[in-house]
Design a protein around this ligand. Sequence first.
Ligand code: AQP
Length: 347
Amino acid sequence: MAIIERVFSGVQPTGNLHLGNYLGALVNFVKLQATYNCLYCVVDLHAITVPVPGGPDELRRNIREVTAAFIASGIDPRKQIIFNQSQVPEHAELTWVLNCVARLGWLNRMTQFKEKAGKDRENASIGLYDYPVLMAADILVYRATHVPVGEDQKQHLELSRDIAQKFNNDFSESIAAHGHGDKFFPLPEPVITGPATRVMSLRDGTKKMSKSDPSDYSRINLTDDADAIAQKIRKAKTDPEPLPSEEKGLETRAEADNLVGIYAALAGKPKSEVLCEFGGAQFSGFKSNLVDLAVAKLSPIAAEMKRLTADEGYVDSVLIDGADRARAIASETMDAVKDIVGFIRKR
Ligand code: AQP
């Protein structure tokens, strides 16, 4: 089995997709489809590692909404593979094998688990602890070479590389004996690029914009209408100084830096160019321009998401077709893994 350059990434159906998910992930997903074969996954197995507040109906609604966001952002479901994780059982199957390769010490270092489990660690699900191994399986079951993610997923990506490397080492003789050369899994490369790899909360420039923040004013949701976008940007925390003319002037101003970063990312310009234009301006004027830009860029996506989510039959058909195509790749990998590990299987 030759290694083919392939992109994989996933988004959790855990609530409102926001501007951070869009600029940190979806924009790059769209760009990469011009040069790679891509698989974009709605990672519903990850979503149940914490309780889903509205239960199964909400989970189904969220899965369709993330699928709609993929398509509305510009991913073409006929050319690329869009699917939900639970329809491809090989993700869970490979997770078990990789659970036996990954080390407890590696998982104990994962900061996302520590943050999400908080003080009540004993009560966290085993799934939440094992989340990074499932993520490694998501990527490796397609032997993906490139993984576009936001900055917050860097540590998990490094773990995926460690797991791939250890599998390649532990089974090196069997890998060679089965004709896969000196490595079976490629070490996946993180693609953390663009001017907004870490979009921060609108209420606190030191915290990342997140679906689980209790304040809706902390984030711009992809489904927000023009009024909501305007209100949230106008209420966004700032400081009393005018905008600086150079990037150095943003270094100690987290909120100003975040808003300039958002403007730059939406306009497709470097921050330095935004500061050339707005250096010396008060926030009120800058925010009005940011509102216009955000509404112009995000409203068409919100409208298309609304249209798509109203057509459940279409969205579900995209997921089923995507899962069939994903499974053709995943089952080939899983067969090879079974041979390498020493399981007996029907041929
Ligand atoms: N604030 C962010 N800035 C840039 N990128 C971000 N991503 C998430 N937040 C930001 C990227 O979006 C992709 C999908 O994320 P996810 O839904 O799989 O999980 P997450 O990182 O846990 O997202 P949230 O919004 O922060 O959810 P909660 O609140 O549940 O933790 C990933 O590529 C991620 O890097």
